[in-house]
Every structure is written in C-alpha cells, then in structure tokens.
Design a protein around this ligand. Structure first.
Ligand SMILES: Nc1nc2c(ncn2[C@@H]2O[C@H](COP(=O)(O)OP(=O)(O)OP(=O)(O)O)[C@@H](O)[C@H]2O)c(=O)[nH]1
Ligand SMILES: [Mg+2]
Length: 194
C-alpha cells in the first residue's frame, strides 16, 4: 500500500496494531472507543460489555498509515478468562481508571500484574485517567496518576470520553510509540508489517 506522504516522500506499507482496552468495569472503555471511532458520547444508563468487542480504525502517524484493531474488553471479573486470551496478541494496551473512583485506581496495580503475566513483554502500555469532565467528583488527583505511571515507566494522560479531551491523542500516541519505521532513503519511509 505505497503512497506519497504530505511532505512528498514515498510511504511504503501499512502497520497493523492490535490494541486492547482494559480496566475495571465502568471506567469508560467502551465510551472511549465510541468517542474515538464515532466522535460521540452516548449518555444514559450504563450497559456493561459482555465478553469482548472490536473496532478497526485507521490513523496516520508521521506519514505511516496505522490500522488500529481495538479490542474492547469487559471489565467485569466473570469475563477475565476471555480477556486473558487476547493479551498475548496485543501490541499496545490502554489501561483505564476512573478519576472519580478510588477503587478503579487502586486496582491498576493488579491490572499491571495481570498484564505482565499474560501480555508480551514488549507491549506498549499507556495509563489513562478517564472522566476528567467530572472534576467536582474527582477522587484521584492528576499527580497521583502521574506518579503511578512513572513508577511503572508508562506514559500517562487524563481523558474524557464525554467531551473527547485527549481521546484521539491517546490512541494516536500508542500508535506512535509502537509504529516501527526507519528513514530508509533520503525521502523514503519504510514500514514493516507488524
Ligand atoms: N461523565 C462521564 N461519564 C463517562 C465517561 N466515560 C464513560 N462514562 C460513563 O460511565 C459509564 C460506564 O462507561 P462504559 O464505557 O460502559 O464503561 P466500561 O469500562 O466499558 O465498562 P465494562 O464494559 O463493564 O468494562 C457509562 O454510564 C458512561 O456513560 C466520561 O469520560 N465522562
Ligand atoms: Mg464496556
């Protein structure tokens, strides 16, 4: 899938990036994906994901087309064994907590233990504190999220699936971290199929 990039360079190939959304039930994984995919937020009653769902979305990162195949997992404990099966093939992982829920933040360490057990060692992990629009109910300060992310050497962002703040940025950031490319020739970018 070769094409000419916007700076006139030849772009070769297309990268497939398998990305997985994980975190406690109710933190906003499905909402984040809907906001990223369709640019909308559906308010109202919470409908927990059953099993797993997936969405494809193509983003362009530094002139490289990246096809994100995003798996939206169920946070509920009873679906955990289904989710484990998907960790192994994931290149990138978005781990969410809800800034208004201390328990969802406290559970991040357990999620990271699980990730290290089941995922590939080179998986790119990004920690996201979601629901920043609910500032009056905030239970976890931004710097607490930053500190935890630093402890595990993972990038961190606060997002809102409702307003869309940082949603696109979070997905393109993981694509950027994981997209492998080299300046192959003076004006040629070469990409690998992951
Ligand atoms: N205000 C606000 N509400 C949100 C946000 N993200 C999600 N919600 C709400 O939080 C509830 C749970 O959101 P979901 O996206 O279904 O949560 P989930 O993480 O997919 O939950 P499981 O599928 O059970 O794992 C819903 O009522 C959403 O409307 C956000 O950024 N801001
Ligand atoms: Mg869900």
């Amino acid at each position: 899938m070769n094409r000419i990039g916007d700076k006139g360079q030849l772009v070769i190939g297309c990268v497939l990036l398998q990305t997985i959304l994980v975190g406690d039930s109710g933190v906003g994984k499905t909402s984040l994906l809907v906001q990223f995919d369709q640019g909308k937020f559906i308010p109202g009653s919470f409908s927990a994901t059953v099993g797993i769902g997936f969405t494809n979305k193509v983003v362009t990162v530094d002139n490289v087309k990246v096809k994100l195949q995003i798996w939206d997992t169920a946070g509920q404990e009873r679906f955990r064994s289904v989710t484990h099966a998907y960790y192994r093939d994931a290149h990138a992982l978005l781990l969410l907590y809800d800034i208004t829920s201390k328990s969802s933040f406290d559970n991040i360490r357990a999620w990271l233990t699980e990730i290290h057990e089941y995922a590939q060692s080179d998986v790119v992990i990004m920690l996201l504190g979601n629901k920043t629009d609910m500032s009056s109910e905030r239970a976890i300060r931004r710097d607490e999220g930053e500190r935890l992310a630093r402890e595990y050497s993972v990038p961190f962002m606060e997002t809102s699936a409702k307003t869309g703040v940082n949603v696109e940025l979070a997905f393109t950031a993981v694509a950027k971290y994981k997209t492998v490319y080299t300046q192959w020739h003076f004006n040629t970018v070469h990409t690998w199929l992951l």
